[in-house]
Design a protein around this ligand. Structure first.
Ligand SMILES: [Zn+2]
Length: 176
């Protein structure tokens, strides 16, 4: 039952360690905008519960902002990237896609089929929508790097790198 899931999560939340309370965003933003200092780092990674940036990069709070969506696709991340850049002066974007990604198992056609059954009145709109299917992980990383590099909304001074995460070994391989 969904309510049992939520109750379980709320129970876990009670154990939050207040000693881990973070600094305020105004202070973080000021530090990242300090001339001569490093700007912010943003990691774009998959929603998959098996691939957690804080685990595969072994960091806690305060090192990088994380955007997660199905597949870790940059097209989906642009709104968040813009807001995070204004707040945190982004100088580095790290894109991570991974082996055995759900988006390699669920083509856009499958998502469209489900949505059309649910909302047949929106069939035309659904036909135009893209859901980020991945047929080749290295290629999807190259596409997503290229999308950000081509976007006038992303500063040309931002370092953009892409990695393929092997979920069995936890190792990252850079994709150029
Ligand atoms: Zn995935």
């Amino acid at each position: 039952m969904a309510s049992e899931k939520i109750a379980s999560l709320l129970e876990r939340n009670k154990g939050f360690n207040v000693a881990l309370a973070p600094p305020f965003v105004a202070d973080i933003s000021k530090r990242l905008h300090t001339p001569g200092g490093p700007g912010g780092t943003v990691i774009i990674s998959c929603s998959d519960p098996r691939v957690i940036p804080e685990q595969y990069f072994d960091f806690g709070r305060g090192v990088a902002a994380v955007i997660r969506n199905a597949g870790g696709r940059t097209s989906d991340a642009l709104r968040s990237l813009a807001a995070l850049d204004a707040l945190g002066n982004t100088d580095t974007v790290i894109i991570v896609h991974h082996t055995d990604c759900g988006m390699t198992h669920m083509p856009d056609a499958g998502v469209r089929k489900m949505l059309k059954e649910r909302a047949p009145q929106l069939s035309k709109e659904i036909d135009r929508m893209k859901f980020g299917e991945i047929t080749d992980v290295d290629e999807s990383i190259r596409q997503d790097i290229a999308l950000l590099r081509a976007s006038p909304l992303i500063s040309k001074t931002v370092t953009i790198v892409g990695f393929n995460l092997d979920i069995l070994t936890g190792q990252l391989t850079e994709v150029k």
